[in-house]
Design a protein around this ligand. Structure first.
Ligand SMILES: [Zn+2]
Length: 210
């Protein structure tokens, strides 16, 4: 089991103080081709996000500290009001990441951060055995936000090969062969790409079916 520590957080939206569990230790083995970690002692991902029992705000521990801008808080409160929260309602991992991604777009987070939340939603969705269509919806949104992040130059040059590899793999999983190839082939334009990444790319590109 992952290790946890109890912590009290205060919600930036409804100001409720509540106890939650912070993940302080976990074990990870290999990774899937879309970088989904294979945890060897249980999936800690859901507990990285904390759900306010009062209003349904979802965020990382740092989000609870960093969301201070009154105008942004107002926008998130309006968003949450439309999501019909029942006090004390519980959320599974995939639901937490999808909700956190949506909230992130109202908090002024970068597209790369929103993309990452949708990507992790697909991982949780798979680990929780949700229907494939639920994974696909979040995967499409991850692709959309990774592409917005690319257009906005949010990634450092060092990260570009990994980003194109990941976009290639996500498009492949969505059945878009042409876009998958375009992103996989992009890796050839960069110098000094890690050998393991080229190997993964070659393996996944060989699995594309038209
Ligand atoms: Zn709250």
């Amino acid at each position: 089991m992952p290790e946890y520590e109890t912590k009290t957080l205060t919600c930036p939206c409804c100001e409720l103080g509540f106890e939650t569990q912070l993940v302080v230790g976990y074990q990870v083995g290999e990774k899937d081709a879309d970088f989904c970690p294979r945890y060897t002692d249980g999936n800690p991902l859901p507990q990285f996000l904390h759900v306010c029992p009062g209003c349904g705000f979802v965020g990382f521990e740092a989000d609870y500290r960093n969301l201070k801008d009154a105008a942004r808080i107002r926008k998130v409160i309006d968003l949450l009001a439309g999501l019909h929260w029942q006090e004390g309602q519980t959320l599974g991992g995939a639901e937490r990441y999808r909700r956190a991604a949506l909230i992130a777009t109202y908090c002024g987070k970068r597209s790369a951060e929103v993309a990452d939340l949708y990507l992790q939603a697909t991982w949780c969705s798979r680990m929780e055995g949700e229907p494939d269509d639920d994974q696909k919806q979040a995967r499409r949104k991850a692709v959309k936000y990774f592409e917005l992040a690319l257009s906005a130059n949010e990634f450092s040059p060092d990260d570009m090969p990994v980003v194109h590899y990941l976009l290639g793999e996500l498009h492949r999983r969505l059945g878009d062969a042409a876009k998958a190839r375009t992103h996989f082939d992009k890796l050839d334009e960069f110098k000094d790409v890690d050998k393991w990444l080229i190997e993964w790319r070659d393996k996944q590109r060989a699995q594309i079916t038209d």
